[in-house]
Design a protein around this ligand. Structure first.
Ligand SMILES: Cc1ncc(COP(=O)(O)O)c(C=O)c1O
Length: 349
């Protein structure tokens, strides 16, 4: 059934054919369970090499689990994680970290979803106070929830600051591929500044698979046990592994992300200058944030699927995916123009 392309989320996209083909290949005969198989060994070794990780790689079912497992490696029970107020970990994970780990999240307001050394320093005042949770880790997202990317310089500054303050650095990499594509750098270059990070497969064309990459060897003891305890040890792990192998072959992960980013840029270019449409963030990944009049949003949403990001500011988020076509983007951009308030509709026709 052909339907209009959704601009709501890269999660609305299906899975890439190459991923499905690899899963079908993995679906042959019996293999050992719980990751003790050649598929998992190959996928994890390849990811480890790609990231230059001295620790290891642990596959999990989804991004929330990857975040919870990732930060659980960094905190003792009385320690806290500093993160941007709008972080997925803070807002969109139903309090998973608080519930599963019992850890305090110290949220910092940020205009663009990015933390800086100065913003982190502002949350370190309670150190040594026995009444306060002790900041021990920092969590960032790369790409951020606002579709922006930390530059390598910004990551370096965060890494240096965290190290000098005895803080561990975690990166939510649900869209790490999009960040690497935008920055034109390797995954290892991004990962070199952090201690643990996730590598998202799901939004990049997988059915549902994420990897937790442990960069530092000293964080390895206990990871396998924590993953099991957190209910993320897949018995038929080969299927998670096969999804990553599909994405890794011929750097499909990078081609998918590059394409999605390009489609977002095309969309931003296509709606620039439409009266009443104000782009709100730099387009540095596969997301476009824009403010529109509420009536305009309503007209557009009667035909097209996308999320209102912030009701108060009438801000919407339009997302592209690996399978968004130029024709999809052009049709959507035309609809944005067609449904724009008065003047622009007249000028379009
Ligand atoms: C920044 C970020 N982190 C993590 C996730 C993964 O969450 P999920 O548990 O839904 O796979 C998402 C999904 O939307 C996200 O946008």
């Amino acid at each position: 059934m052909a339907t209009r392309k959704s601009f709501a989320s890269d999660n609305h996209a299906g899975a890439h054919e190459a991923v499905l083909r690899m899963m079908a290949r993995a679906n042959a005969g019996d293999v050992a369970s719980y990751g003790d198989d050649a598929w998992t060994e190959r996928a994890c070794a390849s990811i480890q090499e790609l990231f230059g990780a001295s620790g290891g790689v642990f596959l999990v079912f989804n991004g929330t689990a990857a975040n919870v497992l990732g930060i659980s490696l960094l905190l003792r029970p009385y320690e806290a994680v500093i993160l941007p107020e709008g972080a997925h970990l803070n807002v969109d994970e139903c309090g998973a970290a608080e519930r599963v780990l019992g850890s305090k999240l110290l949220a910092v307001p940020t205009p663009d979803g990015k933390l800086t050394p100065a913003l982190i320093a502002g949350r370190l005042g309670d150190r040594g106070d026995v009444h306060r949770a002790q900041p021990r880790a920092v969590a960032i997202s790369q790409v951020t929830e606002r579709g922006t990317c930390y530059t390598l310089e910004e990551l370096r500054a965060l890494g240096v600051f965290c190290r000098s303050e005895g803080l561990r650095l975690y990166a939510d990499g649900a869209r790490l591929a999009n960040a690497a594509a935008w920055l034109g750098c390797s995954l290892a270059e991004i990962a070199g500044f952090v201690d643990v990070l996730s590598f998202g497969g799901t939004k990049n064309g997988a059915v549902g698979a994420e990897a937790v990459v442990v960069m530092a060897e000293d964080l390895m003891p206990g990871v396998s046990f924590l993953r099991k305890q957190q209910m993320q040890l897949a018995s038929k792990m080969r299927y998670l592994a096969a999804q990553f192998l599909g994405l890794l072959e011929d750097r499909l992960w990078l081609r998918n992300a590059t394409h999605a980013n390009l489609m977002a840029r095309r969309l931003a270019d296509g709606v620039r200058g439409v009266p009443g449409v104000e782009l709100r963030q730099a387009v540095e990944s596969n997301a476009v944030f824009a403010a529109l009049e509420p009536a305009h949003i309503e007209r557009l949403q009667s035909e097209w699927e996308f999320h209102v990001w912030d009701d108060a500011t009438h801000e919407v988020r339009w997302m592209t995916a690996f399978d968004t076509t130029e024709a999809d983007v052009d049709a959507f951009a035309a609809a944005v123009r067609m449904t724009a308030p008065n003047g622009s509709r007249a000028s379009f026709t």
